[in-house]
Design a protein around this ligand. Structure first.
Ligand code: FPP
Ligand code: MG
Length: 326
């Protein structure tokens, strides 16, 4: 992932995206809204989704112009806006090492600031990019809401199926990765086949990203995560890695788990084959992602997109195995 983010062509584009994000973040007539968005947007984030928009555009032969940069900024605004909603639903107090908007300003203000970000992204896309890009972004907000809704319907259900978990993360996470690549392809005037291929690549990588995020939630420490470890267990989100570990811990799950009970489940999961089973699953997704890629004539961009899934899997696998062993 670092290779993509640090590549000169992408890093240069991301600086422009950053400036556009900050301009959009300060565009309310209400200073309180601007301050709230500015704080959460300024708290960090890797800008991975905008990087994929830029990489797709470049891979398909288009230098990122004003429209690509704005589309990439809109993608990030939707991502961060959805996180504001997610933190509200999770009653989270910390994200990216900083206090959440719901913790700082209260639920009501956080809710409307999240809404503002989603609406602003849609407005910027339709006024400053194009109708097809605005359509992709409007559709992805629908999918985000549906994916998140599915997660809430499965909470604390120890009979949750792998298929059900995949359906939820396809909507809540993979859809935005898919859209990040698709808008880059649309801005590059790519052929329908190239658009479909890049969209499929984005979706598969998005699934990998969420599954590995879920794995880290069960294996990494609070310091490594920038948020409490084992959050998903406490909140009743029985994620794919946990489901892949099978019956090992099912009987220990439930509502209102004590810290000791969470620790015990984490200990058992780390001693199980969860990490290997999850990495195997992601390796299969990575093969699908690579098979989906269109022909890319630019050697550097081809290398970056080909290398991204396996590099990220290796990075997280190393971390997960280390903490699981320790
Ligand atoms: C973080 O994942 C959350 C998401 C990827 C998406 C959340 C989507 C919503 C709340 C729906 C948004 C609503 C609209 C109207 C678009 P996570 O909770 O697995 O990860 P975390 O540990 O970082 O919280
Ligand atoms: Mg969450």
């Amino acid at each position: 992932m670092d290779e993509l983010l640090r590549s000169p062509a992408i890093a240069q584009g991301l600086r422009k995206v950053e400036a556009r994000i900050h301009r959009l973040s300060g565009s309310s007539v209400l200073p309180g809204i601007n301050a709230g968005i500015g704080r959460i947007v300024g708290a960090g984030g890797k800008r991975l989704r905008p990087a994929l928009t830029l990489a797709t555009s470049l891979a398909l032969g288009k230098q990122p112009d004003r429209r690509v940069i704005t589309a990439a900024a809109c993608v990030e605004l939707i991502h961060t806006g959805s996180l504001v909603h997610d933190d509200l639903m999770d009653r989270a107090v910390e994200r990216r090492g900083t206090r959440t908007l719901n913790a700082d300003l209260g639920d009501g203000k956080a809710l409307v600031i999240g809404d503002f970000m989603l609406a602003k992204a849609g407005l910027a896309a339709i006024t400053s990019v194009s109708k097809p890009v605005a359509e992709v972004l409007a559709a992805v907000v629908v999918e985000l809401a549906e994916g998140q809704y599915l997660e809430t319907t499965d909470l604390f259900d120890e009979r949750r199926t792998v298929d059900s978990a995949i359906r939820s993360i396809t909507g809540k996470t993979a859809a935005l990765f898919r859209a990040s690549c698709l808008v880059g392809a649309v801005c590059a005037y790519a052929s329908p086949e190239e658009r479909a291929r890049m969209a499929a690549y984005g979706e598969k990588f998005g699934l990998i990203f969420q599954v590995l995020d879920d794995l880290l939630d069960l294996t990494a420490s609070a310091e490594q995560l920038g948020k409490p470890a084992g959050n998903d267990l406490r909140q009743g989100v029985y994620s794919l890695p946990l489901l892949l570990a099978g019956a090992e811990v099912t009987h220990l799950l439930g509502r209102d788990m004590t810290d000791a009970a969470v620790e015990e489940v984490l200990r058992r999961l780390r001693a199980s084959d969860m990490v290997d089973a999850t990495i195997d699953h992601c390796t299969g997704l990575a093969a699908d992602a690579l098979a989906a890629l269109p022909v890319i004539h630019d050697g550097e961009l081809a290398g970056l997109l080909y290398g991204l899934p396996s590099a990220y899997i290796e990075q997280v696998a190393g971390l997960a195995r280390l903490t699981a062993a320790g």
